[in-house]
Ligand binder design. Structure first.
Ligand SMILES: C[S@@+](CC[C@H](N)C(=O)[O-])C[C@H]1O[C@@H](n2cnc3c(N)ncnc32)[C@H](O)[C@@H]1O
Length: 395
C-alpha cells in the first residue's frame, strides 16, 4: 500500500478493528473520525507493540512515509519523546517519557470515563494532545482542561489543537495538583500512571464524579482503575477494569538503590540458603507483579540473565535492609534461594502467591482501590475486603 492509500483507508480500518474489539463504541466514533490520529503524531516516532513496552527503531515521516502512516493507523502506542526531552536524534534514549497512546487503550479509557453532555473533564498528561482533542470534540473545548508537565510537549499539543480547530484549556504544570481554578470536575482522566492517587483529584471532583487512571505499585504490574467519587466528595472507590502499561507521572517515578548499596558485599554475603517450590517464572506476569507489589510494599526486583534461559531474580527492599535471590533454571521443581536481612523477602512473596492462588488467582477485574483523605488501599472483590499487606520492618 502507498502512503496515500493508508492515509485514506487507514482510519476506517483501524476504527473497524477497534469496534470489533469493543474498545471503540458508536458514541465515540464521530470523535475518532473527526480528530484524526495522524494530526497528533509528530514527524518522528518510535513504534511500540500491542503488548509489551519495547520500542522499535525510529521512523521519520519524510524518510519513510509508508512506514509512518502504517504505524499511525495501527493499534500500537507511538513513543514521541525520551528522557524528558533531553535525548535528541533518531536513536533510542534510556526511558520513553511521552507518547501517543495505543488507540485501544485510549478508547477503552474514554469508554470507562462514561462522559455525559456538558461534563467538565480534567486530563492529566496532555502528551501529543490527541486524547484531549477527542474529549474537546465530544464535550466542547470549554469543558476540557488538560495538564502537561513538559512545556515543549504542551506547546506542540497547543499548535495541533489550533490546527484541528479545538481549544481545550492547556495548562503547563504538575498534574498531581489537579487544576483548582476550574474545579469541580465531573470527570478526571490520567494518561500517565501513578502508585499513589493524588488526593487533589478526588477533592477537585464533583460528588458522583468518575476518575479513570492507570495505577500500579512500584514493583511492577499496572491496571486502569475506575473510581466513583462518593456523595460527600471525600472518598473515591472502584474496580480495576483492565491491565495497562502507561509511563509514570514524573514525581512518582521509582528511584531504586543499586544492587551494591543493598548487598553491601559479594553475594551470598552471609545470607541464609534454602530451596523453594515457588518458581521465579510463575510470578513474573503483570498480574503477579501487581499482586506482589500491592501486598509487599517497598519491594523491587532485578533480573540477572544467564545462559540457556536461566536467570537469578533479585528482590530488594527500598530501605536496603534486606534482599533475596532465587535462581531459575528450566525443568527444575525446586529453586535455590538466599535471603538476607530482617525481612525474609522470598518468604513474603511465597505467602502472597499462596494467598493469590488460594483466592482463585484473581485478575485485575477482581481488584479495586479506595482513596480517602488518609490514604489509599487495594481490595479484592469488595471495598471492605482489603488485600493482606505484608508489613516488614522497612515497609
Ligand atoms: C502517555 S503520555 C500521554 C498521552 C496523551 N494523553 C496523548 O493523547 O497523546 C504521558 C504524558 O504525561 C506527562 N506527564 C508526566 N508527569 C506529569 C505530571 N506530573 N503532570 C502532567 N503531565 C505529566 C508526560 O510528560 C507525557 O507527555
Amino acid at each position: 500500500m502507498s502512503a496515500r492509500e493508508i492515509e485514506e483507508a487507514g482510519p476506517r480500518r483501524l476504527a473497524s478493528a477497534l469496534m470489533a474489539s469493543g474498545a471503540l463504541t458508536p458514541d465515540w466514533l464521530p470523535a475518532f473520525e473527526a480528530v484524526r490520529r495522524d494530526r497528533f503524531v509528530p514527524e518522528r516516532l518510535w513504534p511500540g507493540r500491542a503488548s509489551g513496552t519495547v520500542q522499535g527503531d525510529c521512523i521519520e515521516r519524510s524518510a519513510d512515509p509508508v512506514a509512518w502512516w502504517d504505524k499511525v493507523y495501527s493499534d500500537i502506542p507511538l513513543t514521541t519523546q525520551w528522557d524528558d526531552g533531553a535525548h535528541a536524534g533518531t536513536g533510542k534514549g534510556s526511558s520513553p517519557t511521552s507518547s501517543n497512546s495505543m488507540p485501544r487503550m485510549v478508547f477503552s479509557m474514554l469508554g470507562a470515563l462514561s462522559v455525559e453532555p456538558g461534563n467538565k473533564v480534567l486530563e492529566i498528561g496532555t502528551g501529543t494532545g490527541w486524547n484531549a482533542a477527542l474529549l474537546a470534540h465530544r464535550l466542547g473545548s470549554g469543558n476540557v482542561v488538560t495538564v502537561e508537565v513538559d512545556r515543549a510537549n504542551a506547546d506542540e499539543a497547543r499548535r495541533r489543537f489550533e490546527v484541528a480547530g479545538l481549544s481545550p484549556l492547556s495548562v503547563v504544570g504538575d498534574g498531581a495538583q489537579g487544576y483548582e481554578p476550574c474545579a469541580p470536575f465531573d470527570r478526571v482522566i490520567a494518561t500517565c500512571s501513578i502508585a499513589e492517587l493524588p488526593y487533589a483529584w478526588v477533592k477537585q471532583s464533583r460528588p458522583g464524579g468518575v476518575i479513570v487512571a492507570p495505577w500500579g505499585p512500584a514493583y511492577g504490574g499496572q491496571g486502569i482503575v475506575r473510581l466513583s467519587v462518593a456523595r460527600d466528595g471525600m472518598t473515591a472507590s472502584g474496580p480495576f477494569v483492565m491491565s495497562s502499561a502507561f509511563m509514570r507521572l514524573r514525581d512518582q517515578r521509582g528511584t531504586f538503590p543499586s544492587r551494591d548499596a543493598c548487598l553491601g558485599t559479594e553475594w551470598p554475603a552471609g545470607g541464609c540458603r534454602r530451596v523453594s517450590g515457588l518458581s521465579p517464572d510463575d510470578m513474573g506476569d503483570w498480574i503477579h507483579m501487581f499482586t506482589i507489589g500491592v501486598c509487599v510494599p517497598g519491594l523491587f526486583c532485578r533480573v540477572e540473565k544467564r545462559e540457556g534461559g536461566a536467570y537469578r531474580l533479585w528482590l530488594f527492599d527500598r530501605a536496603t535492609t534486606s534482599w533475596a535471590t532465587a535462581d531459575y533454571e528450566k525443568g527444575r521443581a525446586e529453586y535455590a534461594v538466599v535471603e538476607s536481612g530482617p525481612r525474609r523477602l522470598w518468604a513474603d512473596v511465597e505467602q502472597v502467591m499462596g494467598w493469590w492462588h488460594g483466592n482463585g488467582r484473581p485478575g485485575f477485574g477482581r481488584y479495586g482501590l479506595t482513596v480517602t483523605p488518609g490514604g489509599q488501599s487495594v481490595w479484592l472483590d469488595a471495598p471492605g475486603n482489603a488485600v493482606p499487606v505484608v508489613r516488614g520492618d522497612a515497609a
